[in-house]
Design a protein around this ligand. Sequence first.
Ligand SMILES: [Mg+2]
Length: 241
Amino acid sequence: MKRFKMVQTLLIDLDHTLWDFESNSKVALMQAMDHMNIFDWVDDYDLFFEEYEKINKRYWGLYRQRQIDKDKLIVGRFEDTFEMVLPKAKGLGLKLNDTYLEFMPLQNKLMPGALEFLEYAKGRYTIVVVTNGFKSVQRKKMYTSKIDQFIDHVVISEEVGAPKPSPKIFQRALSCANSSKINALMIGDSLEADVQGGVDFGIKTIYFGDKENVPSTLKDSPFLIDSTDDWGQIRRILQPS
Ligand SMILES: [Mg+2]
């Protein structure tokens, strides 16, 4: 396990790795719809949110692959959801997006164990958050959830002009931390953006998720160190007793 002694810089994804994106976005979207007085139009919010999540995921995939731009992403994800389950709201996609993005960074729920891990890692490692979100939103999320105090650098795709898995954003993260590839470790929940990105860039990578989700193409990579969504386990991997 000696190889982990070399790790000095942690590149960590924000959404659904540190910050509980799923819980927080569900609450934020509900608050936004309530604020716009359209929440009462929804019969079953769980169902509505489930549909939105599926569509949103697809849109983010297209955005990462650069098949659509940000404008198409922010409106399309809501208009498509309305089309499917709330036709009455058609045309309100842009307004809902803006309202939702105002409520989103006011949520502060973190993934289990994330805070304790950051408390432990502060000072021991240089911590760089590497995220594909929007700059106006992502910084506020870290401030609201009070994790900004543990983070040394923040690298946001919108500022770099390239989302993960682009090597450009990983390179920027290393430059910020004045780190070399061999001293860096990437941790994230997206197989496409974080894991494939980290592995292709040539840095040690931990998949923040279930081993069973890892495709065979990634399984054998020497750069994929482990798969777990337990922050306590990640600490043990970094610092075996
Ligand atoms: Mg994520």
